[in-house]
Design a protein around this ligand. Structure first.
Ligand SMILES: Cc1cc2nc3c(=O)[nH]c(=O)nc-3n(C[C@H](O)[C@H](O)[C@H](O)COP(=O)(O)O)c2cc1C
Ligand code: FES
Length: 569
């Protein structure tokens, strides 16, 4: 049936928490009352991106963008906009800080500066409808690969695209597929989609799966064809209820339409997907721990080599890729590697999906070309820092990444540029922090996370994370000495190499990164024995007595002392 208008109601997790399902129900209830139910279709979508202003409602064909829509607003949209054709101005999204109402979503700065490849369908289709995915070109890439390309050509195309894994390490996807394709073919091979997403502040994989599950399934099927695997698994954390529900529906629909299962599109190629739930341990996102968990064991990492492409799941050659990586693949096969390389940088082509959170006006989900500067993200897309406060730092790559201070606001956001500054692109968590926060307190929360999440299998990680956290606690209480800082550095050097897996190896990285850029603030705690931001308890009475200075001394003066001392360290 053809409809005159479509009302897209965001049912992403954030909007759902703000009652978007009730908003959607109200549209469905009121449309018949106005005789519009045969003319206007209500569509439930995944995350549209501007979660901060949810529930979001977009009316097509023109793309009128309403934000913060309440159940009580729905009658006005139906009676004024849908019935009489008059836009409800008071519900239009207002551009902060000028508060200029914007009528259609492409005019919103937040969207204007984005390039949506992975999120091409998120917020625009009903994720529970395979027909809508197909109508937007979905499964065309799979059809093209199965009918017009050899598996080796698929591998070559992905290699030529320069796609690098979006799960954190940035390993070239095509190369990984080539290793798996060439590995022992005497038994089964597997494709695993890593949707564990245990990094605090990261939720992009959840939203991709909620908004466009078929794109990920299509990427998995293409991976299977390329490497000669016939079984795929999505390992996803159990709390991602909506993503799981939508994935289950998508798998059933794809099987029904012959796009998963036996003899896909009559090509003779078999590939099916099953879902496995994780219980929420960060280490289970690490590929080998994930295999252990998927096999029914305790989620602890294995020693590498052998690498997964030789001996992964059930000891067989396995391709493991992140959700976002896999969602890129159908577009690469459909539009070609050359097109993909027009986006991003020479070394890291394509786009990156970030979860933009913290002290930022437009918090939400964004997708930008690789190499965009941090400043552009914060000020052009994010709308700046609320209440005119000063930007202090961005934590990139989640807890295992590092921090970027104000002097590096023009750093390009890609794997290599961030690495040269001791940070990482990681999983795509981008946490913006303003000048009201204390760096020691922020870093202490990182150290606690690693202490809590260390699986305990190897001593350097188990003991190292404990000692790092103890030092951070001493600094925050005003009980630390310069020796503690030296010990922390020495411990970090050992931990970069000694632990069994990257969880322990990266645990000191965020601490060293904060120490590198905010040394004066650390020294204000250690030497001046005060917290310039007034956040840390600084209740180390013994240390205060020893230092002979009051913990309640004025922050600025103490910070000055810290800065002076920093020249000595
Ligand atoms: C402690 C730890 C947690 C990880 N968590 C995830 C995760 O949640 N999702 C993910 O895709 N990769 C995660 N990784 C990276 C994976 O081990 C692996 O490199 C990735 O899934 C490969 O996919 P890609 O090449 O597409 O990035 C984690 C790594 C470590 C060390
Ligand atoms: S959940 Fe609705 S905009 Fe993100």
């Amino acid at each position: 049936m053809l409809y005159r208008a479509h009302v897209l109601v965001c049912n992403g997790t954030n909007c759902s928490l703000k009652a978007s399902p009730e908003v959607q129900k109200e549209f469905s209830r009121l449309l018949p009352e106005y005789g519009l139910d045969k003319e206007v279709k209500v569509v439930e979508t995944g995350c549209f991106g501007l979660c901060e202003y949810g529930p979001t409602v977009v009316v097509f064909p023109e793309g009128t963008f309403y934000s913060g829509v309440k159940v009580s607003d729905v009658r006005e949209i139906v009676s004024e906009h849908l019935y009489k054709g008059r836009v409800v101005k008071r519900l239009l999204y207002q551009v902060p800080p000028a508060a200029r109402p914007v009528q259609v979503y492409p005019e919103v700065d937040y969207f204007r500066h984005q390039v949506r490849v992975v999120l091409r369908n998120c917020g625009f289709i009903d994720p529970e409808s395979i027909e809508e995915y197909v109508a937007r070109g979905g499964y065309q890439a799979l059809g093209k690969a199965l009918t017009a390309m050899t598996p080796a050509q698929v591998v070559e195309e992905v290699k030529a695209s320069g796609l690098r894994g979006r799960g954190g390490a940035g390993f070239p996807t095509g190369l990984k597929w080539q290793f798996a394709a060439r590995a022992d073919g005497s038994g089964p091979k597997y494709v695993v989609c890593n949707a564990d997403e245990g990094e605090p502040g990261t939720f992009k994989d959840r939203l991709i799966l909620e908004g466009d599950p078929h794109a990920v399934l299509e990427g998995m099927a293409l991976a299977g064809y390329a490497v000669g695997a016939h079984q795929g698994y999505v390992y996803i954390r159990g709390e991602y209820v909506l993503s799981i529900e939508r994935l289950e529906k998508a798998i059933a629909q794809a099987r029904e339409m012959g796009l998963l299962g036996k003899n896909i599109l009559g090509s003779g190629f078999d590939f099916d997907v099953e879902i496995r739930l994780g219980a929420g341990a960060y280490v289970c996102g690490e590929e080998t721990a994930l295999f252990e968990s998927l096999e029914g064991g305790r989620g602890e990492p294995r020693i590498k080599p052998p690498y997964p492409t030789d001996a992964g799941l059930f000891g067989r050659p396995t391709v493991i890729n992140n959700v976002e990586t896999l969602a890129n693949v159908p577009v690469i096969i459909e539009r070609g590697a050359t097109w993909f390389r027009t986006l991003g940088t020479q070394k890291t082509p394509g786009t990156k999906v970030f979860t933009l959170t913290g002290d930022i006006v437009n918090a939400g989900l964004i997708e930008v070309p690789m190499g965009i500067t941090l400043r552009e993200i914060i000020y052009n897309i994010g709308g700046g820092i609320p209440d005119g406060r000063a930007f202090k730092l961005a934590q990139t790559g989640g807890t295992s990444g590092g921090v970027i201070p104000a002097e590096l606001l023009d750093v390009p956001m890609d794997y290599d540029s961030l690495a040269t500054h001791g940070s990482a692109l990681g999983s795509g968590a981008l946490l913006i922090i303003d000048d009201t926060h204390c760096i020691v307190n922020v870093a202490k929360s990182f150290s606690f996370f690693f202490l809590h999440e260390s699986c305990g299998k190897c001593t350097p990680c188990r003991e190292g994370t404990l000692q790092l956290h103890r030092i951070m606690e001493r600094i925050s209480r005003g009980e630390a000495t310069r020796t503690d800082l030296e010990n922390m550095k020495a411990l970090a050097q050992a931990m970069y190499v000694a632990p069994l897996c990257p969880l322990g190896q990266t645990a000191p990285l965020p601490l060293m990164s904060t120490l590198r850029w905010f040394k004066s603030e650390y020294l204000a705690h250690v030497v001046g024995r005060t917290c310039p931001a007034g956040v840390c308890p600084m209740d180390g009475s013994a240390a205060r007595a020893a230092a002979g200075c009051a913990a309640s001394a004025a922050g600025g003066a103490a910070a000055g002392a810290g800065r002076a001392a920093s020249r000595e360290v």
